[in-house]
Design a protein around this ligand. Sequence first.
Ligand code: GLP
Length: 242
Amino acid sequence: MKITVMKTEHDFDIAAAWRIIGQMLEKPSAVIGLSTGQTTKNMHRIVSDIYKEYPFDTSKVTIFNVDELTNLDRSYPGSCYTMIYEQIIRNLGISDENFLMPPTFSDDFDVECTKFENALQERGGADLQMLGIGWNGHIGINQPGTPFERHTWVSPMDPIFEEKVRRETKVPDDYPLGGLTRGIVDIMQTRKIVLIAKGESKAEIIEKAVRGPVTTDIPASVIQLHPNCEVLLDVAAASRLI
Ligand code: GLP
């Protein structure tokens, strides 16, 4: 595993943005997985800024997000669809058919999960996954305890995150919410993974994921087994490694 540490948060954002741009330039038909959250906001803006300044052909690039909320309208500003659409898709002129996202409503999410994976396979499988990490080591929405062999599924949400979504959407407590996430085994089949984290609040979990045992208690620790993985950090997130 390669670990890259950037001096400042801004340097981290720029380096992370270039991982995405670099993949698009290297392979114009690349299939690229993104993550939502605070870690990726600035890097997505920088990707859009670079593209605006130096446009290139994005007509064959496929973009997807590693996860999506379920049972909420896609137009909710916290849905991954809307976030990725606003942060990247519309700015880079990616067509609807090349923005692969599972639906947020369905009578049969098992079928939707299989369809989503098949759609990625039809495009040759994922080339790159920019992978965020949650405070407890979750990747996508695979919470601690998720078996590594789990395929794409609808997982319960992190309780803190779920509370925030319920507050923002006024969804009643008895109405189920979930997170459709690529399974760990599916994430691991991506040709290249860049695990990204910045800020001091991620330092402890990064140490566990990178230096600790590979365990389902820390889902992100599985990346230690990936043959082509880079861990891209700012100094604050790397503080317990150096
Ligand atoms: C959520 C998302 C993950 C993301 C994680 C980290 O759980 N579903 O895909 O990686 O948050 O978010 P942040 O970057 O805000 O810490």
